[in-house]
Design a protein around this ligand. Structure first.
Ligand code: IMP
Ligand code: MG
Length: 187
């Protein structure tokens, strides 16, 4: 069983109302930028799911959604080391389409940078990144971000799609963790 988050939470960094308000602002920007166009919104599993479903509720241009999954080495609270594999590829052709990639957080940048490089080889009409969080201090690879929810400091966060050892993605807020009090689930 995972430990109840109340035992190791440090603080609520972004409460639900702030998240929802910012998500609506991002959708409004996208509505303006893509007026008269069609969108293909690609969500990176699994962390981007909560953000995707809230964001697209407020997007008014016609859109389709697709999913990709990427695995990077390192689980739990460590981040990727630049060794990124596509574990689930798209089911659709992106040639000539306007693509927005929806991601939960950009940390070192390795994950998104690999995804963008791959997708560009398939000749979309355009490709831009929409990330909920930008942990900018940790960037190792440059990633162009067009839409960003919040810039955050170098702290491990969970909730609203982001996990700790695969749990707590369902929490409606983003919180920071007190690592001295956290123990991964057994098994
Ligand atoms: P990057 O390749 O280092 O940019 O890593 C991005 C991925 O690492 C994200 O998609 C998340 O899955 C994961 N990640 C990075 N920081 C955090 C965090 O603070 N909490 C939860 N997951 C994180
Ligand atoms: Mg992720």
């Amino acid at each position: 069983m995972p430990q109840p988050y109340q035992e190791y939470i440090d603080k609520i960094l972004i409460p639900e109302d702030k998240l929802q308000a910012r998500v609506r602002e991002l959708a409004a920007e996208i509505n303006r930028d893509y007026a008269g166009k069609e969108l293909l919104v690609i969500c990176i599993l699994r962390g981007g799911v909560m953000f995707l479903t809230d964001l697209i509720r407020h997007i008014e241009v016609p859109l389709a959604i697709e999913f990709m999954a990427v695995s990077s080495y390192g689980t739990g609270v460590r981040s990727s080391q630049g060794d990124v594999r596509i574990t689930l590829d798209l089911n659709t052709n992106i040639y000539g389409r306007h693509v927005i990639i929806v991601e939960d957080i950009i940390d070192s940048g390795h994950t998104l940078s690999s995804v963008i490089d791959l997708l560009k080889t398939r000749d979309p009409a355009s490709i831009y990144v929409c990330t909920l969080l930008d942990k900018y201090e940790r960037r190792e690879v440059e990633v162009p971000i067009r839409y960003c929810g919040f810039k955050i400091k170098n702290e491990f966060v969970f909730g609203y799609g982001l996990d700790m050892d695969e749990y707590y993605r369902n929490l409606p807020f983003i919180a920071t963790v007190d690592l001295d009090k956290y123990g991964p689930p057994a098994g």
